[in-house]
Every structure is written in structure tokens, then in C-alpha cells.
Ligand binder design. Structure first.
Ligand SMILES: Cc1cc2nc3c(=O)[nH]c(=O)nc-3n(C[C@H](O)[C@H](O)[C@H](O)COP(=O)(O)OP(=O)(O)OC[C@H]3O[C@@H](n4cnc5c(N)ncnc54)[C@H](O)[C@@H]3O)c2cc1C
Ligand code: FES
Length: 257
């Protein structure tokens, strides 16, 4: 983990209120894994002092060298500032941080479940898994069509199932419906999204009686991003405390609920 001032190579509103920012990727990110995150420091000086945690969304070979992207909803001061960065601007980034997804080596059928902007780290995971020749089904859920990552931007081998609560795109309802149908099919599942979705998925997993490995990426409020302030503490069901920034953000769903 290190601090770098990185050049913005591209910036765009990708869909709805969701923005993509491409940054020049330092060599130290070559070993980064899907599910890891960075702390992006906003503003030109030290106000505000704290960074914003954002997952590494994707990587690509840019014209001037490798790049990585952040995909984020504009929800407050930090994400608004980031969305206004333009090509050639600089952003201070600390990373890569945390423990990312750890797919088992010899399993084939991967079910990925993204709620809203929780899709951000799953896209890179889908890129990686399809490159490795695994079967990937990605469930994308949102309240409305404006919250759904464009399926056309995914590798063609990824099977995408979209659900929206208002029925404006894909199946009307929640991701839990296709999740229940696909649970017997998959070997392993990976998810990122709101805590209510994690609880629902965990409940369905328990009801099914199927012992499928389930890795979830927790997005707790973070201040330091490096194990100092305890703002990101979560409390696993068997007791104790875990820091999302240091011990996670990936946890086994069953260890937490
Ligand atoms: C590991 C991790 C990965 C994340 N990845 C993404 C991503 O890929 N895309 C994305 O859109 N969002 C992601 N988030 C949430 C993102 O950090 C917040 O949306 C962002 O910090 C909001 O900053 P803001 O200044 O715009 O909003 P404000 O509400 O003004 O933020 C004020 C403060 O609250 C903290 N904060 C507010 N909401 C959150 C939140 N949901 N999670 C963590 N801290 C929060 C910020 O760090 C900041 O210090 C992630 C969070 C974590 C912990
Ligand atoms: S964000 Fe400070 S300890 Fe995790």
C-alpha cells in the first residue's frame, strides 16, 4: 500500500448518476485483486482530510500504459469532486487496500450478485473469471433502470440477469428471485451491495441447506482506511470485532450473519 498522485486518463458519466474515472495505474497495482479498494483523497489541499473508499472497478491497457477505473455514485462532496475531474487532472490515491475476493481454484460455475453500485467490484471479478474460462452469471439489481450497469459493457461470455424494483428493465422485483433459482447451479457465490441484500441472501442460503461458499464485500463507513480509527468495525455473529478496511472488505457471509 502506498500513496500516489495519479493522472486522470478519462472521466465520464456512464449511466444514471454513476460516473467512471480512469486513472494511470502504477506498477504496484499489478498484483491487485478484484474486491480490493483504494482511498481517494479529494480536494487540492487537506480539507477534507479523510479519503473516500472506492473499489477498483476494472483495469485496461490504456494508450500510455495500464489504467484502472473507479465506478461511483455521486452521493456527496467527495464523489461530486471526483466526478468533476477531467483528463489530465491529478488525484491522490492510497492503495491497493484490503483483502479482495478469493475464488477457489478448481470450481467452474460462479454466481455474482450486485445490488446497485455494489456491481462496481464485481465487473472486474467477472472480467477475471471469464478470462480464466469459468462460467459466470451476474445478477444486477436496482430500484430502477438508471441504476443498472450497462450489460453491453460486460464480456460477451457473462450471462447477465437484470432485476429492477419498478420493472423498468429486466425482471420486476429483487435479485433474490433469480438468486434462489440459480443457487443449486452455482459452485461459489460472490456479492456486493447493501446490508439488507446480504441478510436476504444469507437467509435464502440457510433455508436452501446448500453449503455454497459465499464471499461478500462489505462497504462500511471508513475514515482512515488502514486499521487505525475503528470507524469500519463490524461484529461477527460468533463474537469479536473485525475491521472492514484491514480484515476485509471481503468476508465469508456466514461468518458475519
Ligand atoms: C471498501 C469500500 C468500497 C467502496 N466502493 C465503492 C464503489 O466502488 N463505488 C461507490 O460509489 N461507492 C463505494 N463505496 C462507498 C463510498 O466510499 C461512499 O459512497 C463515499 O465515501 C461517499 O463519499 P462522499 O464524500 O461523496 O459522500 P459523503 O456522504 O459526503 O461522505 C462523508 C463521509 O462519509 C463516508 N461515507 C459516506 N458514505 C459511505 C459509504 N457508503 N461507505 C463508506 N464510507 C462512506 C466518507 O468516507 C466520508 O468520510 C465503498 C465503500 C467501501 C467501504
Ligand atoms: S477505516 Fe479506520 S480502522 Fe477501518
Amino acid at each position: 500500500m502506498r500513496s500516489d498522485t495519479l493522472e486522470v486518463t478519462a472521466s465520464a458519466r456512464l449511466y444514471g448518476d454513476t460516473h467512471i474515472l480512469w486513472l494511470a495505474m502504477p506498477a504496484s497495482y499489478q498484483a491487485a485483486k478484484p474486491g480490493q479498494f483504494v482511498m481517494a483523497y479529494i480536494g487540492e489541499h487537506t480539507d477534507p482530510l479523510t479519503g473516500r473508499a472506492l473499489s477498483i472497478h476494472r483495469t485496461r491497457a490504456g494508450a500510455q500504459g495500464p489504467e484502472f477505473a473507479l465506478l461511483f455514485d455521486v452521493v456527496g462532496r467527495g464523489t461530486d469532486w471526483l466526478a468533476r475531474r477531467e483528463q489530465g487532472d491529478a488525484v491522490r490515491i492510497v492503495g491497493p487496500l484490503g483483502r479482495g475476493f478469493e475464488p477457489q481454484p478448481r470450481v467452474q460455475r460462479m454466481l455474482l450478485v450486485g445490488g446497485g453500485i455494489g456491481c462496481a467490484p464485481l465487473i472486474w471479478l467477472a472480467d477475471r473469471l471469464t478470462t480464466e474460462g469459468r462460467e459466470v452469471t451476474l445478477l444486477l439489481g436496482g430500484r430502477t433502470a438508471a441504476q443498472i450497469f450497462p450489460p453491453s459493457l460486460l464480456p460477451p461470455d457473462v450471462e447477465v440477469i437484470v432485476t429492477t424494483e419498478d420493472g423498468s428493465l429486466g425482471r420486476r422485483g429483487l435479485v433474490t428471485a433469480p438468486f434462489t433459482e440459480l443457487l443449486p447451479w452455482c459452485d461459489e457465490l460472490f456479492t456486493c451491495g447493501p446490508p439488507a441484500m446480504f441478510e436476504a441472501l444469507h437467509g435464502l442460503l440457510r433455508q436452501s441447506g446448500l453449503r455454497k461458499p459465499a464471499q461478500a464485500l462489505f462497504e462500511q463507513t471508513m475514515v482512515c482506511g488502514m486499521g487505525i480509527c475503528y470507524s469500519c468495525a463490524i461484529f461477527p455473529r460468533r463474537g469479536g470485532v473485525r475491521l472492514v478496511c484491514h480484515d476485509g472488505p471481503m468476508f465469508d457471509l456466514r461468518d458475519i450473519y
